[in-house]
Ligand binder design. Structure first.
Ligand SMILES: [Zn+2]
Length: 399
């Protein structure tokens, strides 16, 4: 990166001026990422950033402002103003998405990971899809669909379209068959334990050797109610059984699950898994940029492999750091079970960090946007208590 030291100084000064003289190294790193800093370079850059921030913190706020005036041309004009950092290749508009699973109420964690995407679509123009990830019949709750829409209409306010993944089954099946025909997927009838053992030992699964024709026949046996039973067969992506990351070794794409689906009833017994569904949707909707949680790093890697088979360019991706609350329950399943047990009165119980509850307690949409802007795009997790977090939001509202 050209003028690296000067750029660090400019971002550090900008950040310091905004935060009463104290710059945050994480914010500087995320700005540099946007400008093309490579992950390998981070180690080298951190000591530089610390040194520069230390020097800057000795200056008075007035002095910082003067220094910043001198070098602010190094960063783009829009970045000098407040707001989220620029995305690369976004001038002509962006297509982004949020994929909630209908397994429980949406909460503050969903806002933190996804509000930035909605804000970028507002900023650049384009499309913001909410795709309800309902291809796991066992964890799909009928009531969740309507709630998701209500919550998203409130917190984002710019959803282009709501899509139920389970309405797109024909498309996922077509891609599954295309992968078989390209010899990039096969039906595996090994037990889960046996496959795991093979993968751990970097040994090929015997099902890998089947011809395209045999795989098509086995695929039909998966679809056929009289064919394979639940748990007897999965469709796997043919990646590499010696891949350095064990999680990438011939991962599953499709499985059999006979549980009745809240919307589709018993129409399907073969359900695509997340990596196939997400890849197909991202290709079909022509996503340009994806901001997702760091916990999806392996999934993104798997999805990239599927993109490659279809010779599609993978969208620009950023893995946003999570907010780890020291004292809030954020698991959707846990929240659901606590509501069911009567511990909480409902999804809008004032003690819950659900969107419904936050809205009822009077937090404004704007205060969340402010929080996201101020945090910027960062890969760094933040540990905070619920109280401090919400006090912060209240302060934004006062401003
Ligand atoms: Zn097998």
């Amino acid at each position: 990166m050209e003028n690296l030291d000067e750029k660090i100084k400019a971002y550090a000064l900008k950040n310091a001026i905004h935060y009463q003289g104290k710059a945050n190294p994480g914010a500087v790193i995320s700005s540099l990422f946007i400008k093309g800093l490579k992950k390998e370079e981070v180690k080298k850059v951190i000591p530089k950033i610390s040194k520069i921030i230390q020097e800057i913190s000795k200056l008075s706020l007035e002095k910082q402002k003067k220094e910043f005036e001198k070098i602010k041309d190094l960063i783009s004009e829009r970045e000098v103003r407040e707001g989220l950092p620029e995305l690369p290749n976004a001038e002509k508009g962006v297509v982004m998405r949020f994929r909630p699973a209908p397994s429980g109420p949406l909460h503050v964690g969903h806002i933190v990971s996804n509000l930035a995407s909605s804000m970028y679509v507002k900023k650049y123009g384009g499309k913001f899809y909410v795709i309800i990830d309902d291809t796991s019949p066992e964890s799909t709750l009928k009531d969740a669909y309507k709630k998701i829409k209500e919550n998203c209409n409130w917190i984002f306010g710019n959803v282009t379209e709501y899509i139920n993944a389970s309405d797109r089954m024909d498309l996922y099946y077509a891609y599954a068959i295309a992968l078989i025909e390209k010899s990039k997927a096969y039906v595996c009838t090994c037990s889960a334990e046996h496959f795991k053992e093979l993968a751990t030992n970097k040994k090929d699964c015997p099902c890998r050797k089947k011809s395209v024709k045999e795989n098509i026949l086995d695929w039909e046996r998966m679809i056929d109610k009289k064919g394979f039973k639940q748990g007897e067969a999965v469709l796997r992506f043919k990646s590499d059984m010696k891949h350095k990351n064990p999680a990438m070794r011939d991962f599953p794409l499709v499985r059999i699950n006979e549980k009745e689906h809240p919307l589709q009833g018993n129409k399907y017994r073969v359900w695509p898994l997340m990596n196939l569904v997400v890849s197909v949707d991202d290709m079909e909707f022509k996503m340009t940029h994806i901001i997702r949680g760091k916990d999806h790093r392996d999934n993104a890697e798997r999805q990239k492999m599927i993109f490659e088979v279809f010779q599609k360019k993978y969208p620009w991706t950023f893995f946003i750091g999570r907010i780890k609350f020291t004292d809030l329950v954020l698991s959707k399943r846990k929240i659901t079970s606590l509501i069911e047990s009567g511990e909480f009165s409902g999804a809008d119980d004032e003690r819950l960090p659900t969107i419904e509850s936050l809205r009822k307690r009077g937090y404004s949409k704007k205060s969340f946007e402010k929080f996201i802007e101020q945090r910027g795009l960062t890969e760094v997790d933040k540990v905070i208590s619920g109280k401090d977090f919400f006090d912060n939001l209240k302060n934004f509202d006062k401003e």
